[in-house]
Design a protein around this ligand. Structure first.
Ligand code: NAD
Length: 358
């Protein structure tokens, strides 16, 4: 197969981990006889420095022409001034919105060797294999924001709006995923309090009855879900939820896997185009030191192969290579057991690429 991949390394550890993802893509191309054309562009703080804006028009054009996008991370102390008119995150929000990517998939899996890296007791982590599908372009993060002064002092409001269309399209993505997995979907909401949640619940219940009667479907309040993710994480298969609840629950779920450096993500729309990135940020505290764990980015490459390029065998090959490298103890410091040797970002990436090459 031939595919054009837009590569946006970004800031901080972004370029370091993306370099390892690219190595793995090249190893997949060589082993399976594909041609991946990689085209690099600027996003985030480095784009502000070079072009005065976090999402230059050339970057948008390149992403639109590509089949798929691989991204590192954006941001850092250099661009953190809260008064600044242009901020690195605007690049990220802008590219997701421009490409119409409304469903954010965040899988959480446990590798047996890494169970000690998690703060949870080992017996709670046995069999954890869940995926959160977070709505990405609607809800309270995008509603009208106001801040004014009234008789009682200052007041502020953030409007939360969801339309039927926004709910249906993301629930369909989640239900189709559940059908290819263990067949269970959990809708997380706050339907006892919020009208938007009641809309989510009625639409999802109807959709599941009409289009996905073969799936096991349950609803759960977000506060209960926060508890059950820690108490019995192995019971979840696919969780679907609105933007802000998904944002919070996925950081909580990330800690099940022990390190931010382990979790990949995919942002999908209605077509095959997707944006793939680790869930972590630019980690300025370790940038430039060769300490960043590249596995979240490499696992994002596996998601890219599976979801956008339909290359399931290649995706499994990358995931098996990651598991084999962890098994051999070739890991960065964030997931190493006490006393275990640690390896650099590039050595871990080389080991995964070599395992893919076979
Ligand atoms: P962060 O995810 O960058 O780092 C949190 C902690 O996890 C740090 O101690 C870091 O060293 C560690 N960590 C993260 N990724 C790691 C990896 N691959 N290997 C080993 N350790 C890793 O979050 P933060 O410190 O809150 O934010 C730093 C910057 O990143 C900020 O400017 C923030 O705005 C930005 N950010 C960007 C994204 C994104 O691009 N998607 C997401 C979150 C934060």
């Amino acid at each position: 197969m031939q595919a054009v991949i837009a590569v946006l390394p970004g800031d901080g550890i972004g370029p370091e981990v993306v370099a390892e993802g690219v190595k793995v893509l090249q190893a997949v191309a060589a082993r399976f006889g594909h041609t991946f054309t990689l085209r690099e562009a600027l996003i985030g703080g480095c784009a502000i420095d070079a072009a005065g804006e976090p999402l230059p028009a050339e970057t948008v054009a390149l992403c639109r022409e590509a089949d798929v996008v691989l991204l590192g991370a954006v941001g850092g102390p250099k661009w953190d001034d809260p008064q600044a008119k242009v901020r690195p995150e605007q690049g990220l929000l802008g590219i997701r919105k421009t490409l119409g990517l409304f469903a954010n998939l965040r899988p959480v899996q446990m590798h047996p060797r890494l169970i000690d890296a998690s703060p949870l007791r080992p017996e709670r982590l046995q069999g954890v294999d869940l995926i959160v599908v977070r709505e990405l372009t609607g809800g309270i993060y995008f509603g009208e924001k106001r801040r004014e002064r009234g008789p009682g002092g200052e007041w502020a409001s953030d409007l939360c709006i969801y339309t039927e269309e926004e709910v249906v399209r993301v629930v369909r993505v989640a239900a189709q995923l559940a059908r290819r997995r263990r067949g269970k979907l959990t809708l997380v909401d706050k339907a006892n309090v919020l009208e938007t949640s009641r809309l989510w619940r009625s639409i999802t219940t109807r959709l599941m009855r009409d289009e996905f009667p073969d799936l096991q479907f349950e609803t759960m309040l977000v506060d209960a879900c926060a508890m059950h993710l820690i108490r019995r994480p192995a019971d979840f298969d696919v969780i679907v939820t609105e933007n802000m609840f998904g944002d919070i629950l996925t950081d909580e779920a990330a800690m099940l896997a022990g390190s931010m450096g382990m979790l990949p993500s995919a942002s999908l729309g209605s077509g095959r185009m997707g944006l793939y990135e680790p869930i972590h940020g630019s980690a300025p505290d370790i940038a430039g030191q060769g300490k960043a764990n590249p596995l979240a980015t490499i696992l994002s490459v596996a998601m890219l192969l599976r979801h956008s390029l339909d290359l399931a065998a290649e995706a499994e090959c990358v995931e098996s290579a990651v598991a084999a490298v962890i098994e051999r103890g070739i890991v960065t410091a964030d997931i190493a057991a006490p006393g275990q040797p640690t390896y650099s970002t590039a050595v871990v990436g080389d080991a995964v690429a070599a395992a893919v090459a076979g």
